[in-house]
Design a protein around this ligand. Structure first.
Ligand SMILES: O=C(O)c1cc(C(=O)O)c2c(n1)C(=O)C(=O)c1cc(C(=O)O)[nH]c1-2
Ligand SMILES: [Ca+2]
Length: 705
């Protein structure tokens, strides 16, 4: 017995049953390549909607559905799970873990969920409030549930942990991480026994602040290797240092290692976090562990001294590549920092790296070590000057998964350009509970606040597919989209790429040259990656979760409309060659309609209202109080019409059940009323332009800021 069990063998030999999609990236190599080829370049033009299933959460949908024996297991926003007949779309069962609404503001980026794991007749998924749940795949009945966050981890309210990534299973162990580095967090992953839910091992990604043992698998490497790369004082010792593993965890059966994609520093500001000293291991790194024990094997740090939210959590893919005349088993990785890395999968040796998007923070990588050659101006926490960084905090590539086709030899990256204006917080680091704690000036939060600079910023927003040739480390071709924040990519044996876009269209492209071969109006922005499988009728389906959300529309708000204005109608949609479902039903695509605001506001209070709004509200309701069509646009909210009504919502939690936490422990009534005054001002400034925008075809204001 190799410890794999029958399910592990089935995942390793995924190509023997290509009709299934048994793990997050379909195979342990996470190439998101389906060998199915009933649907191919010559017939994809006839693709039709086979079925759709409306979801009961209208927020961002980021899930990769699993498919086992024709049954789809899809996770949705608010950590819910649905089992669906993959051929008909019939709902077989659903499970709601009842995540409390006041948890929404404990995570940075929408109450999303990226997917489930399957093992031995059970499905596993994480919940936004930190649980890992195992259900019976047939009945949807609870088998076990554990809290993955030890109660002491939050240090009072100093740190915050949420779970939205998909668990992965290696050798009978379910491995799960968490997010929270924008608030305060000390990253870790935990491995639980798949049958019993018993904790097996835990690995912290940044040192213990006192350099003491945690009695975890990470103790020796953190004390002997990582601690020396941090200053012994600095805000990290309270804030946790970050390094959350919120997306990619990959088991590679060839090297028999588990890889963690490790996140950004907490707080972001490196000067405040670590007094501007040290590389801060293992931030911005891939770390390789032994699956049985969690023991450290190697690491490769992509972004030393992180101060840009340059996570390395982006999807880790393994492939066999010809390099200098020999075939090597390598990791290919396109993290936020904009470089495409090729790393030896067994040893972590850096093989090569090249930027896959325009970058201005580094001129390249040292060819021997892979260390970035920094532009000194990019080290804004050391210079004390503002830095307009590309990529910005959302990265050249975020959670939207890339795909690899072994037929074309190309990696397809959902690339983007979203600049970020990094501005230091003045007067030292001041953390607030229930808010992002970056050590940056929250009045700016990455977006310039003058109308002219904003207009220039909007011009810099871009999204496209890069078809990247890893053999030559060069772009082969690209497909341009309207704007950033498009969905993940699926490659298939029919030489096709499938991708949903931020503007609500679902497309099929020719994998050899990017020709657009098919599109369908899905009516809401798509950020999730598609999957392909065989239904119980042995026909090939392509399915994707639809639902605009995630951090880009939440935080950029009105500016995110440049990707193509859509509102959120969340669904799963599935296509086949003989689908009979017709187009989706007609619906309201205007979103929250402008309502004429009260005429009066107190202009002495609006500056502080702006500051409070940017600190506590903007990350969900949009920069400068302009919404993007997912969560309520507060300019048109009925509650801004009366001080008490507004206080009941913001201070006392009248809408907690809907995900709006109460803020009376972070703000006093005067500060909350300042926000209301600011909202009335913004509503007056923008009312006419928003009314006019609803009349033009795109629904986007002609004058953005
Ligand atoms: O540092 C973290 O702990 C953390 C967590 C998450 C998350 O849990 O979703 C995101 C990020 N960072 C992040 O930097 C980011 O760009 C991001 C985008 C999204 C999303 O789902 O839209 N989540 C996250
Ligand atoms: Ca982050």
């Amino acid at each position: 017995d190799d410890g794999q069990g029958a399910t592990g063998e089935a995942i390793i030999h995924a190509d023997d049953h290509p009709g299934d999609w048994m793990t997050y990236g379909r195979t342990y190599s996470e190439q998101r390549y389906s060998p199915l080829d009933q649907i191919n370049r010559s017939n994809v033009g006839n693709l039709k909607l086979a079925w759709y299933l409306d979801l009961d959460t209208n927020r961002g949908q980021e899930g990769t559905p699993l498919v086992v024996n024709g049954i789809m297991y899809a996770t949705t926003n608010w950590s819910m799970m649905k089992a669906v007949d993959g051929a008909t779309g019939k709902l077989l069962w659903s499970y709601d873990p009842r995540v409390p609404g006041n948890i929404a503001d404990k995570g940075c980026c929408d109450t999303v969920n990226r997917g489930a794991a399957y093992w031995n007749g059970k499905v596993y998924f994480g919940t936004f409030d930190g649980r890992l749940i195992a259900l019976d795949a047939k009945t949807g009945k609870l088998v076990w549930s554990v809290n993955t966050i030890p109660p002491e981890a939050e240090l009072g309210k100093q740190r915050s942990y949420t779970v939205d990534g998909a668990p992965r299973i290696a050798k009978g162990r379910v491995i799960i991480g968490n997010g929270g580095s924008e608030f305060g967090a000390r990253g870790f992953v935990s491995a639980f026994d798949a049958e019993t839910g018993k904790l097996d091992w835990r690995f912290f990604t940044v040192p213990n602040p006192k350099n003491e043992p945690d009695h975890a698998a990470s103790d020796s490497v953190l004390m002997n290797k990582a601690y020396q790369t941090w200053s012994p004082t600095g805000a990290w010792t309270r804030q946790g240092g970050g390094g959350t593993v919120w997306d990619s965890i990959v088991y590679d059966p060839v090297s028999d290692l588990v890889y963690l994609g490790v996140g950004n520093g907490s707080p972001w500001n490196y000067k405040y976090r670590s007094e501007g000293k040290g590389d801060n291991l293992f931030l911005g790194s891939i770390v390789a562990l032994k699956p049985e024990t969690g023991e450290y094997v190697w690491h490769f740090q992509e972004t030393p001294m992180d101060q840009w939210d340059f996570t390395s959590v982006q999807q880790i893919m393994t492939v066999d590549l010809p390099i200098n005349g020999e075939t090597r088993h390598v990791i290919v990785h396109a993290p936020k920092n904009g470089f495409f890395y090729i790393i030896d999968a067994k040893t972590g040796e850096f093989i090569s790296g090249k930027n896959y998007v325009y970058v201005n923070w580094a001129s390249g990588l040292d060819p021997k070590t892979g260390r970035p050659i920094y532009n000194p101006d990019a080290l804004y926490t050391l210079t004390g000057k503002d830095w307009y960084g590309i990529p910005g905090d959302l990265g050249g590539h975020n959670f939207a998964a890339m795909a690899y086709s072994p037929k074309t030899g190309l990696v397809y990256i959902p690339a983007q350009q979203v600049p970020f204006l990094y501005t230091n917080q003045v007067g030292g680091f001041t953390p607030h509970p229930d808010s992002w704690n970056l050590g940056l000036d929250m009045n700016k939060v990455g977006i310039p606040d003058s109308p002219e600079a904003k207009q220039a910023f909007v011009k810099d927003l871009k999204g496209w597919i890069v078809a990247w040739d890893p053999k030559t480390q060069a772009e082969a071709w690209r497909v341009d989209h309207k704007g950033p924040w498009n969905g993940g990519i699926l490659a298939t044996g029919g030489d096709l790429l499938f991708q949903g876009l931020a503007n609500g269209e679902f497309h099929a492209y020719d994998a050899t040259n990017g020709s657009d071969l098919f599109h369908f109006a899905a009516d809401s922005g798509i950020i999730a990656p598609p999957v392909s499988y065989l239904g119980s009728d042995k026909k090939q389906y392509v399915a994707v979760e639809v639902g605009w959300g995630g951090i880009y529309p939440f935080f950029l708000g009105g500016l995110a409309r440049t990707s193509g204005w859509t509102v959120n109608h969340s669904r799963i949609i599935a296509f086949s060659l003989d689908g009979k479902s017709g187009p989706l039903p007609k619906q309201n695509d205007q979103g929250f309609l402008p309502v004429k605001p009260p005429a009066q506001f107190d202009s002495k209070r609006t500056d502080n209202g702006y500051f409070q709004f940017q600190t506590y509200c903007a990350a969900c309701h949009g920069d400068n109080a302009e919404g993007a069509g997912v969560l309520p646009d507060l300019r048109w909210s009925g509650s801004i019409r009366h001080e008490d009504a507004f206080y009941n919502v913001v201070g006392r939690g009248a809408l907690t059940a809907y995900g709006m936490d109460r803020f009376d422990s972070s703000m006093n009534p005067t500060e909350i009323e300042d926000i209301r005054q600011f909202l009335i001002k913004r509503a007056n400034e923008t009312y006419q332009r928003e009314v006019d925008a609803r009349k033009n075809a795109a629904g986007i204001p002609e004058q953005q800021p």
